[in-house]
Design a protein around this ligand. Sequence first.
Ligand SMILES: NC(=O)c1ccc[n+]([C@@H]2O[C@H](COP(=O)([O-])OP(=O)(O)OC[C@H]3O[C@@H](n4cnc5c(N)ncnc54)[C@H](OP(=O)(O)O)[C@@H]3O)[C@@H](O)[C@H]2O)c1
Length: 232
Amino acid sequence: MSRKTVVITGGGQGIGRAAALHFAQRGWNCVLIGRTADKLEATAADAADRGGAAHVIPMDVTDLDAVATLAQHVPRADCLINSAGESLIKPISETTPDDWERILNTNLRAPYFVIKALLPVLMESDNPSILNVGSKTTFGGYPDVSAYTASKAGLLGLTRALAAELRPHGVRVVLLAPGPADTPMRWAATPNFDPKLLVQPATIAEALYWLATLPHTITTSEFLLQSTWFES
Ligand SMILES: NC(=O)c1ccc[n+]([C@@H]2O[C@H](COP(=O)([O-])OP(=O)(O)OC[C@H]3O[C@@H](n4cnc5c(N)ncnc54)[C@H](OP(=O)(O)O)[C@@H]3O)[C@@H](O)[C@H]2O)c1
């Protein structure tokens, strides 16, 4: 049987990179999407070392013309992981219209149009999954992250609606919401973050792989994956 393929936005670092390595280790091929070709190539080389061929597509997922051509470069997709994302920690008084647009375009509009572009390819799989990476903010309200929170809560709405719409077509659509994770995004946003509150990207990758390899008649709802040190 030919190898399964996972398409990962944000595959060059952090959670997307960890997912690529985890799937590659288990014999999947990877298609890695992100803006920085060098990072994608480095992940692709490490994925190949683990046994999975990787193809890179340097692309800004907010460029909808480029996104619309994705299916031309992706002949097979059994799982799509929407991991590309940007964070923004700013009070509303300092959040500009450009900030709002960038965060909403990257974290919410882009997953919608990446899904739309790849859906015909995914529907040819015998066990297709669309896995959206949410956040602890998906389910809560925290100060100084209103634009980011709106994008991640919107992603939950998108996930639920598409889960209902695509269930009759056999497509599993799930949002996995990690708590703060040990990635470049976290350290750039909060350099003094308490390490015991972090979840490792490899753990998130394991959960993504579990979701993608459930029996084809089985799905689940959104869930949070976070350090036990959080009280809620
Ligand atoms: N780290 C955390 O604490 C945490 C917690 C919960 C949820 N999350 C979510 O998990 C996902 C992955 O985050 P991470 O921590 O792995 O972040 P990261 O280390 O910053 O990686 C994000 C990746 O997304 C890519 N990306 C960003 N904007 C893009 C764009 N417009 N087009 C294409 N690629 C783009 C980046 O690559 P380029 O810059 O090369 O494009 C990068 O590879 C995000 O959706 C984030 O919101 C993170």
